[in-house]
Write a protein that binds this ligand. Structure first.
Ligand code: ADP
Ligand code: MG
Length: 455
């Protein structure tokens, strides 16, 4: 059997049906996920399969759930070991790395390049420094440390550097891993008894590279063994003049438990931050994304403005909102969305402005909902831990977000004594800083705040 046969529609369908049986999935799933998949080509050992869905998330899902089945079934047909790459219709296979490069590059997202990165005030410095590092890895700033809140483009920027370096010199060994992958590799090596063999496997992977990128380094901090291995990897690479790129949710100086030896090493390089984008940058990113779809669906300025004015703190959500509108419009035969349509599509993302106003009652509602407590219990004198905790969060948020006095908060909660409010606020703010109880109070409070402010 050769690859030509796959372009025959009937034959291709037969193959997909076989995969459906192998994967044991229903006809509904078949229609949703397999029907729109086209065979594009076999290049080297890679089979490119096009998804008509034009949605990154579809690719993620296909990769996660079905890649193995496709590889097995198609591989059997072709009598060779193949790997499958799902791509979007808008990508041609040739925008991917050529086969012969010996780079473990599966993990770089092909869309995360400098070309598609919109530069605004919020990321200008980070961008500039990243380009400099990409032009001259291991020389200028080592390590490069990119930090900032979620969804602001750290991963995108860091991977852009990887793409740039590989494009210029495909023989360079570039590795991108999440902290989780790095941790898993260390654990794996420990589990296999830390034998010379398992250690050398780990070292081969991480210490022989030209560029090592570790994303979201905050998750390594505090994990003793992983942190230690990272430290030695860092030193080995740095001594050899290899580039290290790290990202994190905050500046390393803010990690209270981080050892001085890390801090001093991180400080050798360049910490750069990315802050939330301003309105212009938000619209520019949206326009860029909307352009990808413009042949089929036109997104008006008005809609871009609506999204950019309402979603402010996270680019991932900004893109999510646009995708939601596009997805909605596809359901209606690519109908051109107007503002009303967009508002309807985004009703879970953006709340109408009056219900968006933060009041004491809304704080109580949202906290109850998020913590699974009842409003009556909150207002009562009950002192069980599962009521006291959300009650304290309410006190903290009311003080923080409404700017009212402790006494007013006490009154709202039907209490006479404002000192309980003071101690409640204090407890939460200590929890935010220490997470001693392991309840992830900081994350919880942040996510409630997000809901309250409507993004
Ligand atoms: P982080 O790693 O900081 O959480 P990501 O890099 O994953 O954020 O970015 C989230 C999404 O926003 C990605 O789809 C990314 O392509 C997009 N994005 C972020 N910043 C920009 C930018 N400046 N220009 C274009 N797209 C961006
Ligand atoms: Mg990221």
């Amino acid at each position: 059997m050769n690859a030509e046969n796959f372009t025959n529609e009937e034959y291709w369908e037969e193959i997909k049906r076989k995969i459906q049986r192998e994967a044991n999935v229903s006809d509904i799933t078949y229609h949703l996920w397999f029907e729109n998949l086209e065979f594009r080509e076999l290049s080297g050992n890679t089979v490119y399969i096009v998804s008509e869905k034009e949605d990154e998330r579809a690719l993620g899902y296909l990769n996660k759930k079905f890649k193995d089945y496709f590889e097995t079934v198609i591989g059997e047909e072709l009598n060779q070991i193949i790997s499958v790459k799902f791509i979007l219709n808008s990508n041609t296979p040739h925008t991917y790395e050529p086969e012969e490069t010996k780079i473990d590059n599966d993990t770089l997202n092909p869309d995360y390049t400098f070309e598609s990165f919109v530069v605004g005030k919020n990321n200008m410095m980070a961008h500039q420094v990243s380009v400099a590092v990409a032009e001259d890895p291991g020389k200028t700033w080592n390590p490069l440390y990119i930090y900032g809140g979620p969804g602001l483009g750290k991963t995108h920027l860091m991977q852009s550097i990887g793409h740039f370096i590989l494009k210029k010199d495909p023989t360079k060994k570039v590795i991108y891993v999440t902290s989780e992958q790095f941790t898993n590799d260390v654990i794996e090596s420990l589990r296999s008894g830390n034998t010379a063999d398992s250690m050398s496997k780990l070292r081969d992977k991480y210490r022989t590279v030209d560029v090592l990128m570790i994303d979201d380094i905050q998750f390594i901090i505090g994990k003793e063994a992983t942190q230690e291995e990272f430290f030695h990897t860092f030193n080995a690479l740095h001594d050899a003049g290899k580039q290290i790129i790290l990202s994190s949710d905050k500046n390393f100086k803010e990690f209270k438990t981080l050892d001085e030896r890390y801090i001093s090493r991180f400080a050798w390089g360049m910490p750069v931050d990315i802050t939330p984008p301003d309105y212009e940058t938000r619209s520019a990113i949206l326009k860029n994304n909307a352009d990808k779809y413009k042949i089929k669906i036109k997104i008006s300025e008005e809609i871009i403005d609506y999204i950019a004015s309402n979603i402010k703190s996270n680019i991932r959500e900004l893109e999510g909102a646009l995708n939601k509108i596009i997805g909605f419009s596809k359901l209606y035969n690519n109908m051109e969305p107007d503002l009303e349509f967009a508002k309807e599509a985004l009703k879970d993302y953006i709340y109408p402005s009056d219900s968006n106003k933060i009041t004491f009652d809304r704080i109580v509602d949202v906290v109850c909902q998020e913590c699974g407590a009842s409003k009556d219990a909150i207002m009562s004198n009950k002192r069980n831990a599962d009521i006291v905790y959300p009650r304290h969060i309410i006190m903290f948020l009311a003080y923080d977000m409404l700017g009212i006095t402790y006494q007013q908060i006490a009154n709202n909660l039907h209490r006479s004594d404002h000192t309980t409010v003071i101690s409640g606020c204090k407890k939460i703010s200590e929890e935010i800083n220490s997470n001693k109880s392991g309840k992830n109070t900081k994350e919880k409070v942040e996510s409630i705040k997000k809901i309250l402010s409507g993004n």
